[in-house]
Design a protein around this ligand. Sequence first.
Ligand SMILES: [Zn+2]
Length: 341
Amino acid sequence: MTSNMFGGGSNKKATKFSFWWKDIQKIISYSFRDPLVDSCRFSVHNGFATLFWEARWLNVTSLKDLFPDLYGISRLKFVSVAAMGGWKDGVWVWGDLGVSELEMGELGLEADFAVLLGLVEGFKGWKGGKDSIEWDYSEDKDFTVASCYTFYNNLRIHHGPPNRNDEAFGLLWKLDVPFKIKAFGWRLFLDRLPVKDLLKIRGITIPLDDLNCFFCGNWLESSSHLFFSCLVVKNIWSEIANWVGKGDRVESECLSNFMDWHLFFHSKKVKHRKLGVVWLATTWTIWLVRNGACFQKEVWNVNNIVWNAKHLAWRWSFCGKITHPNYSFYEFCKDPLHFLS
Ligand SMILES: [Zn+2]
């Protein structure tokens, strides 16, 4: 189950689990970073059941998140802590952690590796017996599928006074878009995407050059900045708004923004299950471009982002029941409201 939780298990194995567990796994498999993983801590005893890179055992953060570049080149992914070294005359000696010196040199990661080695060498918790796992969300710290399911449900249920924007959650799940896009929207609604300000709050010191927004470079990257209030991103929204004939007012709060667009498309008689398609195509494209720029140093420009968002909206307009069976991207671009209605 541990390796399944971290994405290392095969799908075949999943059939042995209950449908609840399959549901949970489905959500996890589409998550860039998951609250479930964040809520499990491993206590290493003999090191055989704890994943070296992927689990949280040494630090509040997994080593994979602390050293993403080293993790990227390590040939020893999804292996246990115990597999990363051996005992020599009663002293634990770490191996190369699957990282080749040559590749490390090419990427200039020697300093990162030295820090990592310093961290793991400081680990003195070896004990006999099996590793244990603690789950923050049940009283006795035991992980059960039931407690996990309750945890996920609680993420969705807002406590406190009802908010008119809460209906956004229900509307999102009804949309005709691929499942992983709904899962993305759900995380965006809950402010659970790994944007830089959240990573900082969690104490994750990932080696990002700075914490500012990749698009404008001027503001701390928060979810509301990155998706709605950044000046560059506002240009993207303005182009999209112009395309569909909406005023270019941009709500900076996520749920209000979603509902604003939702009401606009509703007033234009767009089909119920298509109401959020353009909004999701835009936010998803912004997220993909941001990740490409952040992790692969990909270049971007506003025109391309707008084109990609329109293209996605066109592709998703064919999801689910369709009234217009066949139309080109160029036809769609000329009158998107017609084809979404
Ligand atoms: Zn910005």
